[in-house]
Design a protein around this ligand. Structure first.
Ligand code: PEP
Ligand code: MG
Length: 889
């Protein structure tokens, strides 16, 4: 293998091997741009070093050969006493990574060659300034000396001289500073600053390798999900000098504005300085446009090069350059980072310029960026007082008065107050409060806790698991670190994108992108902003490209209508359990408690018209589009009071000798229904098989609602979905009854209802026997929440809060499998079940309705395995549309 590549040997596509910086230096070299000659040591060499603790045997010789060629070309030797070749050593991983060793400049200078450099440049000050920079950078990044010690010494030298900027230090001052710096190195590093130029270079190369495993680099990789085994490349580049006087300088430039995307002259320039001065902000830079006055020739050339780069990379590039005595040199370029808004604008601008096509434009934006643009945000200029930080569970910015129970949330919001519902954790009882609140804050639970999942579904801001906040619901307050107490009614602000919690009211700005999706702002209108125009066009590109259809998880007309505005092509999951809460809970209670057939039938009879009305409204909202209604799924105890509360109530009543007949019956029922593992218990299709009449009532309500809509000249397209099926027999039994009921309603109404009956695939056994199940199912919808839970054996309600952090830290997975589909495990079951199902029933309609349906990476997977649609919460529909388009292009 070859471990070293000359800049003339690589190209921009070799990022894995040469790192981003090295690959782009090679690309620019081959474009004929003025790049100082040099070479790149590959990531492979780094990997060998990291694995074995030793640099590969061949590396030293290869570096020698490349160095010799470089010396030959430059006509001088590294560190040569009378005229030294100097080089920079810079890290360059595939992804740019803060926390890694950055740059050591001026390698090759020593007590001797500094004299030679002074003579050659005709500038003693410059030579000593370069030498002190070398010792400073080398001392800090290679030898690990505290950088402040050098800064302090530099500061002291300036004070002694009574000057404010380092350019005012003269050669003699700098000479003294070098002596001082060398002393710092000796005492702090326990060794002399190396005088041998090759030793300097080799040590710097090893230091770059080592910095791959620095704590900050590791942390950054974990956060950004960058694999730990990529390694970094090392670039050795001949030095050019921006600190050779006023006709020299250094700068950074963007080919267009990374914040707005506008083309123009963006960047900073610093006269008579070396690169790190700009980054360190030591002296004030001037706007790049001013370079035109300072050095017109270099400025014009730079503009020319920027155009070349944009046309070549067909994207926004950022650039580092240096001017040495009027000669422009390119030190780095890369496709530049940009804000989410600029990503959309730039993509459409490049299409208009004819540089990229629509398919490519879709690759230039991401669903995550779109999601970011869809949430209202805190004004970034606002003053804030942070009191805690939890998990960013559902993005957005919410401000309101802290309330500690659902009842108060509802009451206060009805009287016009904005509230934040603060709970230890939430449960289905809190639903009303969650709906009423601006945002939800919990001190326990992870990204799939009840609060997180429900809040995401509602598009409501949520921070969960903010553990340092001590929530005391009884006394209606929470204690924040430091002892401050937030009482009921105190204003707090929560940021669901960062997980931060603030005291007081932080000002919020609404998202124009949501205004657009909601139809309150129109693309093409006079007042529409550029961002909205760009989003509008990119969404059109995505809709043209995508094969996957996008449906919504919605269980009321309001959500259905919003979903439609956001582009939903139907409802993929209407969870009927939400219709059994609130006022209807009592009816459900009566159903559960019924002792006799008659009692049961009566409560079902009362529920029927209510259910029917629910469906009529949803069918109307989704007229002409498919609506998949799932029959009741959760364990019944969820509809009954909490066992402890009820026990207390009964005991109290007993001791006071008050009547408690009903509560006692209720308590007995709660005991009877109590399960150790309710999620693996009496729920889903099992309920339908065990509670006579329940599913029948629901099917009748659906059929009658469809008939009613038909009679009103509507176009209802209902699909009935049976949850938690594990074997085809379960489905067959439910089906038989459902078919009978539908036939009855058809006969009575005279309408042809064409109701499809299908199943969820959310248990491993269902996936494994998909071929048989497809005999009885007209469609499959993968319930990847339960499927993930059962395939991994992870409780979806508990694990994220308990041990996922440890798992993520140990790298067992990079992201929760409840968030992004686990391709290898759960995903392969989905794929196999999809194939098996279609083998039995060609054209079997396949969808997914678990949380993964709105997750960008998962959407790509569902596209690949050939599903027909994904279904997700209304707010994630635009993201799903975009990602489906990206997956197909
Ligand atoms: C699922 O399990 O993926 C699903 C959509 O159903 P629920 O989340 O309601 O259990
Ligand atoms: Mg489920």
């Amino acid at each position: 293998v070859k471990f070293v590549y000359d800049f003339t040997e690589g190209n921009k596509d070799l990022k894995d091997l040469l790192g981003g910086k090295g690959a782009n230096l090679a690309e620019m070299t081959n474009l004929g741009l003025p790049v100082p000659p040099g070479f790149t040591i590959t990531t492979e060499a780094c990997k060998v070093y990291l694995d074995s603790g030793e640099e590969p045997a061949a590396l030293r010789d290869e570096v020698s050969a490349h160095l010799a060629a470089l010396e030959e070309r430059m006509g001088k030797k590294l560190g040569q006493a009378d005229d030294p070749l100097l080089v920079s050593v810079r890290s360059g991983a595939k992804f740019s990574m803060p926390g890694m060793m950055d740059t050591v400049l001026n390698i090759g200078l020593s007590d001797k060659s500094v004299q030679g450099l002074a003579k050659q440049a005709g500038d003693e000050r410059f030579a000593w300034d370069s030498y002190r920079r070398l010792i400073q950078m080398f001392g800090k990044t290679v030898l690990g000396v505290d950088g402040d010690l050098f800064e302090d010494a530099l500061e002291a030298a300036k004070q002694a001289k009574k000057v404010s900027v380092d350019t005012e230090l003269e050669a003699a001052d700098l000479k003294k500073l070098v002596t001082k710096f060398k002393k710092v190195v000796k005492t702090e590093a326990g060794r002399d600053f190396p005088q041998d130029p090759r030793e300097q270079m080799d040590l710097a190369i090893t230091a770059v390798f080592d910095s791959w495993n620095g704590d900050r680099a590791k942390l950054y990789r974990r956060q950004e999900r960058i694999p730990h085994d990529l390694g970094t490349a090392v670039n050795v580049c001949s030095m050019v000098f921006g600190n050779l006087g006023p006709d020299s300088g250094t700068g950074v430039a963007f080919t267009r504005d990374p914040a707005s995307g506008h083309q123009g002259v963006y960047g900073d320039y610093l006269q008579n300085a070396q690169g790190e001065d700009v980054v360190a902000g030591i002296r004030n830079t001037v706007a790049l446009a001013e370079l035109e006055q300072i050095d017109k020739k270099s400025y014009d050339q730079l503009m020319q090069i920027m155009e070349t780069l944009e046309n070549h990379y067909k994207d926004l590039c950022d650039i580092e350059f240096t001017i040495e005595r009027g000669q422009l040199w390119m030190l780095q370029t890369r496709v530049g980072k940009r804000t989410a808004g600029a990503a959309f604008r730039i993509a459409t601008q490049l299409v208009d310029q004819g540089l990229i096509d629509e398919a490519e434009a879709l690759q230039r934006v991401t669903g995550a960026q779109l999601a970011q643009l869809m949430f209202p945000r805190f004004d970034e200029h606002a003053k804030v007082e942070q009191i805690g930080r939890g998990i960013a569970a559902s993005p957005g910015a919410a401000v309101g008065k802290a309330v500690f129970d659902s009842y108060t949330a509802v009451k206060w919001s009805r009287s016009g107050e904005k509230v934040i519902l603060v709970r230890r954790e939430t449960n289905p009882d809190d639903l009303d409060g969650m709906i009423a609140a601006e945002g939800i804050l919990t001190s326990r639970g992870g990204k799939t806790s009840h609060a997180a999942v429900v809040a995401r579904g509602m598009g409501k801001t949520c921070v969960c698991g903010a553990e340092e906040l001590e929530v005391d619901t009884k006394r209606r307050r929470m204690i924040v670190p430091g002892g401050h107490v937030v009482e009921e009614g105190d204003l707090i602000s929560i940021d669901g994108s960062s997980g931060k919690v603030y005291l007081g009211e932080v000002p919020v700005v609404p998202s124009p992108v949501v205004e657009y999706f909601e139809g309150r702002m129109h693309a093409g209108a006079d007042d529409a902003d550029e961002l909205v125009e760009a989003v509008h066009r990119i969404m059109a590109f995505a809709d043209r490209k995508r094969r996957l259809r996008v449906r919504a998880n919605a269980d009321n007309a309001e959500d259905a209508l919003r979903a439609r505005r956001f582009g939903a092509q139907g409802i993929g999951l209407c969870r009927t359990e939400h219709m059994f809460l609130g006022d209807r809970r009592e009816l459900v209670e009566r159903l559960i408690l019924a002792d006799t057939e008659t009692e049961r039938e009566e409560s079902l009879k009362e529920l029927l018209p209510l259910q029917r009305q629910d469906f009529v409204e949803i069918f109307e909202a989704m007229d002409g589009l498919p609506v998949t209604i799932r029959l009741l799924d959760p364990p019944l105890h969820e509809f009954l009071p909490d066992i402890t509360e009820l026990s207390v109530r009964v005991a109290l009543a007993e001791s006071r000798q008050e009547p408690h007949e009903n509560d006692l019956r209720l308590l007995q029922a709660v005991h009877r229904l109590h399960e150790q593992n309710p999620m693996l218990g009496l729920r889903g299709v099992r309920l339908g098989l065990v509670i006579p009449g329940l599913f029948t009532m629901q099917v009748r309500a659906i059929a009658e609602a469809a008939a009613e809509r038909k009679a009103a000249k509507g176009d209802p397209r209902a699909e009935i979905m049976i949850p938690l099926v594990g074997t085809v027999q379960e489905l067959e039994i439910v089906r038989e009854e459902a078919d009978r009921v539908i036939a009855e309603v058809e006969a009575a109404s005279g309408a042809q209802l064409k109701l499809a009956i299908g199943t969820m695939i959310e248990l491993p056994r269902a996936a494994l026997t998909a071929a048989q199940i497809a005999e009885a199912a007209e469609f499959f919808s993968f319930g990847t929440n339960d499927l993930t839970q059962t395939v991994w054996g992870f409780s979806r309600d508990d694990v994220e809060a308990s041990f996922f952090t440890a798992y993520l830290e140990k790298g067992i997975f990079g992201v929760s499998p409840f968030e992004t589909i686990d391709r290898d495990g759960v995903g392969s079951l989905v794929k196999a079940a999809a194939e098996a199902g279609r083998a039995t029933r060609p054209g079997l309609k396949l969808g997914v309705c678990g949380e993964h349906g709105g997750d960008p990476e998962s959407v790509h997977f569902f596209h690949e395995v050939g599903l027909d649609y994904v279904s997700c919460s209304p707010f994630r529909i635009p993201v799903a549309r975009l990602e489906a388009g990206r997956a197909a292009s």
